[in-house]
Design a protein around this ligand. Structure first.
Ligand SMILES: NC(=O)c1ccc[n+]([C@@H]2O[C@H](COP(=O)([O-])OP(=O)(O)OC[C@H]3O[C@@H](n4cnc5c(N)ncnc54)[C@H](O)[C@@H]3O)[C@@H](O)[C@H]2O)c1
Length: 368
């Protein structure tokens, strides 16, 4: 299966395949490259997958430098970025060399940024390995590192030449990383008319069991939705902002819970699920069927619908204060007010400002 899309007259492709086979080599042979590859892979990925890819590429005559990377929020920093660039420089990579990332959103964002900066841009292929990266972060070109404790404060836009999604990899995603991505899928089902919510409601068992036919259909619907919103607005001036539905609150929750627990408390996708609920509530704080239905879908997929107070019991007030402050760090802000995506009615998202402080506090209070 393949998805083709165009950005500023350039063609890009997403290839979806059951097994990791020679489609990677075929693609490399079809482009103008020097076959020098920095293959950076997440440390936690099943080694048989890593070895299989290395073998395929070497058999194809590529000069390959494999590099292990621990993909977590802590390592999404300038040190990791410069270590990739340094390996490329030391091995005399050219503008026709290739960076291939095999990992989740963290590794993908850092590797894409490195590929974009090296000699102002070298070839980049992405093989996403978590659900969040498969249906969201691999596509759209956003790259980034966290700097000064602010998520993605440094980054640019750089699109992978080709994205490879393999069922063989989906089957091995740890449960938490698989489930976390489903929140972003739900988000796409709420902001545009498509079959996503229907597929999610009718195929819970198949999706949780990772049935290839259903999961690939779900991935394609979600990727198409994402492409619809960004392809004519890569730099996020208008329509692409809609994809941030849930993220004003999600980023604030992610940062606050991490600070107070001293660990990565929520996966990005898990926080997005709660963030969606917060923004649905802000959109309509009265009796809200859409909010209740969304809660049901999140629960169906074992996703959190609030911040577990068990852990933060003694820190509730500090947590509220922290989330509130973080909301004002929103990168979408164009006045003194943070912006969010208002979804009063399903499939009718609107970009709005959070101007009511009491409502912000009331919302945070509701979901912790
Ligand atoms: N660029 C974008 O458009 C975009 C969109 C959404 C999220 N993001 C970014 O993505 C990141 C979150 O991505 P994520 O949720 O994939 O997290 P992640 O990359 O941190 O991966 C989560 C964990 O899973 C492990 N892992 C990854 N793949 C694995 C596999 N197949 N088997 C075993 N373990 C595996 C990683 O080592 C890590 O511990 C955040 O930094 C976020 O800012 C970017």
């Amino acid at each position: 299966m393949e998805l083709n899309y165009k950005i500023s007259e350039e063609n890009y492709q997403i290839l979806i395949n059951d097994k990791i086979d020679n489609i990677l080599s075929k693609k490399i042979n079809s482009i103008n490259s020097d076959k020098k590859i920095l293959f950076v892979y997440d440390k936690k990925i099943d080694l048989t997958i890593v070895k299989q890819i290395i073998t395929i590429l070497r058999q194809n005559g590529c000069f390959l430098i494999p590099l292990e990377f621990q993909g977590n929020k802590k390592n999404k920093n300038e040190k990791s970025l410069f270590s990739l660039l340094s390996v490329m420089l030391d091995n005399k990579f050219t503008k026709k060399s290739i960076v291939i990332s095999l990992g989740g959103g963290v590794l993908g964002d850092v590797a894409a940024l490195a590929a974009s900066l090296y000699y102002r841009g070298t070839l980049y292929f992405s093989i996403p390995t978590t659900m969040t990266s498969i249906i969201d972060s691999c596509v759209g070109g956003k790259t980034g590192i966290n700097f000064k404790n602010i998520i993605n404060s440094i980054g640019n836009y750089y699109h992978p030449h080709t994205i490879f999604i393999f069922n063989q990899i989906i089957k091995k995603i740890p449960e938490r990383e698989y489930i976390a991505g489903i929140a972003e899928i739900i988000k796409c089902g709420l902001i545009k008319k498509n079959n996503i919510l229907d597929i999610l409601k009718k195929n819970q068992k198949e999706i949780l069991e990772r049935n290839y036919k259903i999961v690939s259909k779900l991935c394609i619907e979600t990727l198409k939705t994402k492409i619809f919103f960004f392809k004519n607005d890569v730099y996020e001036k208008k329509n692409r902002l809609i994809l941030n539905f849930g993220h004003t609150f999600a980023h604030a929750i992610e940062m606050a819970t991490e600070k107070l627990s001293n660990k990565e408390y929520f996966r990005h996708g898990e926080a997005v699920g709660i963030g969606i609920l917060c923004e649905l509530y802000v959109s309509n704080p009265k009796k809200n069927y859409l909010l209740e239905n969304t809660k049901k879908i999140l629960l169906k997929y074992n996703l959190p619908i609030n911040i577990d107070l068990g852990f933060f019991k003694k820190k509730r007030n500090i947590l509220i204060e922290n989330i509130y402050k973080n909301i004002f760090l929103d990168k979408k802000k164009i006045s003194r007010y943070p912006r969010y995506i208002d979804v009063k009615k399903i499939h009718q998202p609107k970009i709005k400002e959070l101007q009511n402080n009491d409502l912000i506090l009331d919302t945070i209070d509701k979901f912790i």
